[in-house]
Design a protein. Sequence first.
Length: 246
Amino acid sequence: MEAKNIMIAVSKLNKSFGENHVLRDFSMELTKGENLVILGKSGSGKSVLIKCIIKLIEPDLGGIKVLDQDISELDQDEMDLLRKDVGFLFQSNALYDSMTVRENLEFPLRRHWTIEQREKEAEAAVMEALEDVGLSHTVNMMPAELSGGMRKRIALARTLILKPQVILYDEPTTGLDPITAREISELMISIQDKYKASSVIISHDMNCIRMTSNRVITLIEGRNYVADTYDNLMKSTDPKVSEFFR
Ligand SMILES: Nc1ncnc2c1ncn2[C@@H]1O[C@H](COP(=O)(O)OP(=O)(O)O)[C@@H](O)[C@H]1O
Ligand SMILES: [Mg+2]
């Protein structure tokens, strides 16, 4: 294994909630620069997987390495440091409603930047991240004044502000209309190009997957059932795979 090109390695991950065996020996590797989609039905364990990767959930068994670090061995401070390099776009966006767009974007800087760095560089970083998502004009607005697609973009800008090496997207287009969903997918592609970021994208939006994925893993019955390109999976005659394309 070429360790330097593997950004995330998950091996034989198991997670149950009581009798609900959500992940069963799930394994995957995220390669540098790729957009890797995890495709699975609702309730198949996609969010549980991503939460294990950022250590919001403790797995029962199995190993997770993020940027070559075994996360089970990291304490809270070390994990915080790692989270600077691993951006997470929540399905809910998780914006602070009582803060302006600027304050929302500055928020991660409080934890990860020194006061001096913030005084010197925060404004430029906020404006660059907003430009990346095409929303510079919203800097003084409140989240409630924005549409669903705009809020998603602001959440993405807040993820980008720390220039993460890895971005984890949890259902980035769910709940958006088709045109807005397409715009978010295009944005994800341009972010991959601009930042050379590596991403895990959790989705069941086949348009988003077709547009953004370099590789797709189907999460079925808790396992990495099959991994291939979108085009190859689309041709699959395996009913467990082909049902996603109907
Ligand atoms: N904290 C939790 N406690 C108990 N069950 C949970 C918890 N989180 C998720 N689950 C269960 O794990 C399964 C997978 O959930 P999830 O990963 O959210 O699915 P999805 O693939 O839709 O993201 C579901 O059956 C869900 O009810
Ligand atoms: Mg989910």
